[in-house]
Ligand binder design. Structure first.
Ligand code: CU
Length: 512
């Protein structure tokens, strides 16, 4: 299948793995009986034609039976926790009716979709207030991939994601459809949303009690909103579309028996070539699709997916029809546009830890544009993690586009990051060169995807200008407007308002 030799190690610096951090919370195997893995339902379109698809997405409160006993108060999209899976087809125009039935404002950010910003992209400038709605439409024009929807109201993105606002969104295209890849959703093609939580009294989550400016984590693995899940394998090959939906945690994935698997896709496209591996590290917001071949197992066998030594999902092997179809050695041709002559390398630094996080020495300001590019320009960006080793691995993310990874400290990128990406993990002290270009205009954020780091200010904004519409103005909001709305919605004074990200600004004595 894969031609490259087996990757039998995690990429990245072991010294920077999150378990070295003083505040690290190790995962613990849940002491509850195994539950069937929840498979998010597919969201049914309100209407669909060849050229258009219409969806209604409702952010709502609910309760979810996660542990025995009391249900947990959770938030979700069209369901009580996480969300129904949205399917987009390349070439379609999506028309989405976004509804907020939560008690506070939220935004609907399409992580990985190359769509205009800031309103369609759904970052912090596109709030939908409680009881209100917003309609957006955009052309889906990108390769097949797993993208996702999550809340992004600054500076409370992390808390809202912790409440459960995250859903898978699959982009399909004709090229991927022709490959011999499993794609029977829920049977041999599964979203696997990796998260972790801490359960407090009465099985409830308490974000504020768990707050850590370097990222909130909990000891209990939660996979697709299931605690201690199993999945019945009824086909020889299963495609796992892994999404790290955790606020902070890295997952170091491997299977029992050191079973090898084949990575076929990264964040925003198939990989050029399949990569055979038996270890892979996934940082926050990254996606990777792997094909697991259960051909050497028999009914009754159990294959376990682990992070470090903690089981995440148990695959219970049933009988299946043999399927030894081979993957082609080439899956995808990664776009590689020529760099626009005369454009210098643009440098971005990811600075600090705890409350001191910043980007290029500055904390994020919603109404400040930090950089500008023109549509169609192609530029190298050099992203440096200025932490001293051992430090933290920062997952650097850009809204509204896909980039390619050119080099890591001058060396060739990892085999499994040679497709299109929107999030790239950067070791402390390392600099990663990426190639950046945009297909759509707008104002977009770029930031660390340890969500508490972005709320705390390790974030900036780019304005992408359409040369045919140089004068287009964007109405940018500011932190204070959103914070005052949160205070009003919660019925507290500004002095009593608590939002995780505010702590980082306050401790540094900075205005928001
Ligand atoms: Cu970070």
């Amino acid at each position: 299948m894969a031609t490259e030799k087996l990757v039998d190690h995690y990429y990245y610096d072991e010294a920077a793995y999150d378990y070295h951090d003083g505040g690290y919370i190790p995962l613990v195997e849940p002491a509850v009986s195994q539950q069937p893995l929840r498979i998010p339902e597919l969201l049914t379109p309100d209407k669909e034609t060849t050229d258009d698809v219409y969806y209604t997405i409702v952010a709502q409160e609910g309760e979810t039976q996660l542990l025995p006993g009391a249900k947990t108060k959770t938030w979700g999209y069209n369901t009580s926790l996480l969300g129904k899976t949205v399917v987009f087809k390349k070439g379609q125009t999506a028309h989405i009716h976004l509804v907020n039935k939560l008690p506070e404002l939220t935004t609907f950010h399409w992580h990985g979709l190359a769509i205009p910003g800031p309103l369609e992209d759904g970052g912090c400038h596109a709030p939908v207030y409680p009881g209100q709605s917003r309609d957006i439409s955009f052309k889906v024009d990108q390769p097949a991939a797993l993208t996702w929807l999550h809340a992004h109201p600054c500076p409370s993105t992390a808390e809202q994601v912790w409440h459960g606002l995250a859903a898978a969104a699959i982009v399909q295209d004709d090229q991927e459809a022709q490959l011999p890849l499993p794609r029977n959703y829920g049977v041999d093609d599964l979203p696997i949303i990796l998260q972790d939580r801490r359960f407090h009294e009465n099985n409830q989550w308490d974000y504020r009690a768990d707050y850590d400016p370097d990222g909130v984590a909990g000891p209990t693995p939660m996979i697709n909103g299931t605690i201690n899940p199993y999945f019945n394998v009824t086909t020889q090959r299963v495609r796992l579309r892994l999404l790290n939906g955790a606020n902070r945690r890295e997952f170091r994935l491997h299977f029992s028996d050191d079973l090898s698997f084949t990575q076929v896709a990264g964040d925003l496209s198939l990989l050029p070539h399949p990569v055979k591996m038996n270890r892979v590290l996934i940082t926050c917001a990254e996606r990777l699709e792997i094909i697991v071949d259960f051909g050497n197992y028999k009914p009754g066998d159990v294959v376990t997916l682990y992070s470090d030594d903690v089981p995440l999902v148990r695959f219970r092997v049933q009988s299946f029809t043999p399927d030894n179809r081979e993957l082609p050695t080439t899956l995808f041709t990664t776009p590689d546009p020529a760099v626009t002559p005369g454009l210098p390398v643009h440098k971005v630094t990811l600075d600090g830890m705890d409350e001191e996080v910043a980007m290029n020495g500055k904390k994020f300001k919603m109404d400040r544009i930090d950089y500008q590019m023109r549509l169609g320009q192609v530029q190298l960006w050099d992203i440096t993690n200025t932490d001293d080793a051992p430090g933290m691995i920062h997952p650097y993310h850009m809204h509204g586009t896909a980039f390619t990874v050119i080099s890591r400290d001058g060396q060739t990128p990892h085999q499994n990051e040679l497709g299109l990406k929107d999030t790239v993990a950067i070791n402390p002290g390392e600099h990663v060169v990426i190639k950046v270009w945009y297909h759509v205009p707008g104002v977009f954020m770029y930031h660390c995807h340890i969500i508490e780091h972005e709320d705390g200010g390790m974030m900036a904004q780019i304005k992408v200008v359409d040369p045919a519409n140089l004068d287009k103005k964007y109405q940018l909001m500011d932190h204070m407007t959103l914070m005052m709305a949160f205070a009003e919605e919660r019925g507290v004074t500004m002095d009593d308002l608590w939002l995780g990200g505010m702590e980082s600004y306050k401790k540094m004595g900075m205005e928001m």
